[in-house]
Ligand binder design. Structure first.
Ligand code: AVJ
Length: 311
């Protein structure tokens, strides 16, 4: 299979491109190599990182209501592959489902989580599709006509800027047979709560951020010395997002193959945007993309929203 090789080439070219831009950037989608995925799992357990457990509490409390949106024989199509507790909460509440279709760019991850779910839900047709859901998803003929409900938990949509988010929602809205969209999004709240969620006291988020440089050293032969960079989480008020940066502590050079990247003291590499929404801004992007929000399920503190969108 040539997928890992292609992905590696894309990681290196896109990273070189970002590091040669001004301001410097690296794409957050590259956080999730095996080490990064393990660190993210650890993040979801941190006391400061409320999104995962809050969304879970909403899904738990409202699983039956959400299952009501899944028709007999329908396909639940998850953006990103979930062998996760969240997926299982929905599957448990909706025995009438016909298909579970996880979409993921990582064939290996997809295979494992699909196998786990197929074993635990023998009545369900588990049909993973290796696909980048930002591009066009092609469904196999057997799924073409199935009624589809998209599921995008975890506030992962928050990584996209508004234009990209609308584009993705519109793309999903054009899938054949698409009926509803269950969308989990983190909400705007007290700035300190937000920043602490991305700057935990145990330093796990810092390690997660710095792992991008480690990955470039491993996979691209880069010469990043991690002690030269500091993790930084900032609230960007006008863009309503948390930004993660890696800030160079001193002026120095790093090489990646033939390329030399020069850093000034205090210069940052912008590594992630995590957009936070309000009830209004969720309705806005949905409407712009041709959807209507019919349900918005919140936790008591109103930290997180699970919305149900209809065509
Ligand atoms: C997986 C994109 C939802 O933005 O909160 C966690 C990733 N970054 N801590 C988020 C993340 C730093 C996470 N998402």
């Amino acid at each position: 299979m040539n997928k890992p090789l292609t992905e590696n080439t894309e990681f290196i070219t896109s990273s070189l491109n970002g590091l040669q831009s001004d301001p410097k950037t690296l794409q957050s989608k590259w956080f999730y190599d095996p080490a990064g995925s393990a660190l993210f799992e650890e993040i979801t357990q941190l006391p400061e990182y409320y999104p995962t457990r809050t969304e879970l509490s909403i899904l738990e409390a409202e699983a039956d209501a959400l299952a009501g949106f899944l028709r007999d024989g329908a396909a639940l199509v998850e953006l990103g592959s979930g062998a996760s507790v969240k997926t299982r909460l929905l599957l448990d509440a909706a025995p009438q489902l016909g298909h579970y279709v996880p979409l993921d760019i990582s064939a290996q991850f997809l295979k494992q989580s699909a196998a786990d779910l197929a074993r635990d839900y023998p009545a369900l047709e588990v049909q993973p599709i290796v696909a980048d859901f930002m591009r066009d998803v092609v469904f196999p003929p057997a799924l073409e006509n199935a009624s589809k409900v998209a599921f995008f938990p975890g506030s992962t949509l928050g990584n996209l800027d508004q234009g990209q988010a609308v584009e993705l929602l519109a793309k999903v809205g054009a899938w054949p047979g698409i009926d509803s969209f269950i969308l989990g999004l983190d909400l705007v709240k007290d700035t300190e709560v937000l920043i602490n969620a991305y700057n935990d006291s145990a330093g796990v988020t810092a390690a997660f951020n710095l792992n991008l440089l480690r990955r470039l050293n491993r996979e691209a032969g880069a010469t990043f010395d991690l002690v030269n960079f500091a993790h930084d989480a900032r609230w960007n008020e006008s863009a309503q997002r948390i930004e993660m940066h890696l800030v160079s502590k001193r002026a120095h050079d790093v090489t990646i193959g033939e390329a030399t990247i020069s850093f000034q003291e205090g210069e940052s590499i912008h590594t992630e945007n995590s957009h936070k929404y309000t009830a209004d801004s969720i309705r806005d992007i949905a409407k712009t993309a041709g959807w209507q929000v019919t349900e918005m399920l919140l936790d008591p503190k109103e930290f997180f929203a699970v919305s149900v969108l209809k065509r």
